[in-house]
Design a protein around this ligand. Sequence first.
Ligand code: CUA
Length: 303
Amino acid sequence: MQSYPATVRPPADAIGTLSIIVGVIALLIFIGVEGALVFAIWRYRASRHLGGEAATFERNRRLEIAWTAAPALILAVIFILTLGTMAEINGAGVPAAMRITATGHQWWWEFSYGGVKTANELHIPVGTPIDLEVSSADVIHSFWVPDLGPKKDMLPGVTNRLRLLAPRAGSYEGQCAEFCGIEHAWMRIRVVAQSQTEFDAWLRTQAEPRTTSDTKAEQILLANICVSCHTIRGTTAAGTAGPDLTHVGGRATLGAGVIPNDVASMRAWLADPQRYKPGALMPSVPLSNTDLDALANYLVSLK
Ligand code: CUA
């Protein structure tokens, strides 16, 4: 679930705690101000002062000092708490054990572990502080997985750093949090936090070239426009405009969350991506039914 109060401990938990403290302070102020207002309306209502003198006010220095100092003090306390929370979510005092690069694209995510690239699913080891270096290939996106940490803008030409820490294994959902065009809503992120052993095995697999080969399917891919945008390591397909497909079959969804990743969905996606993700930069490629079958089976087999 994408909800910051339901976080799984630091660093996201620090934000949840701060927001509850600020919320309670704001509630007390609201009750105080509204209470004074209601009391004043009742106490000084017109019916109690029929024909009375108009009210006059003298300067009251003590009251003026009090209502200046009290808000200043409250804001100073919130400021200090906020600084502490910012330090915590930026991982102050805890060095990052791992660095991963995340790049926002219209409308998908690229994750790079050194030279190993993957898309839309970010795998991380549990309990390891990660420095996610975020940037964009086109417009401004924003990386946000509420359970794990704050939002971080992804700006073209600038690298921002986001500290991520998953204390528990599991899958965490997130999404782009900055309007970035027609398919902004379909920039889902899935973070898979797994044990160090599982993560190492996953990364080893990702680093390998394609795990299966199929001459017919690869010929279709290389003879069509697919090759100019996608990479499949182990073949001559080396486009970089779209997601790396070397291990596409291992991902849970297609189109950054639009449809599940199985042979039937893959075939439907290849036949008409615009039907599932209107505006996506992937064009519809005219392929025969047998070519579609071959290509869909092949891509899903690339685990
Ligand atoms: Cu990317 Cu909104």
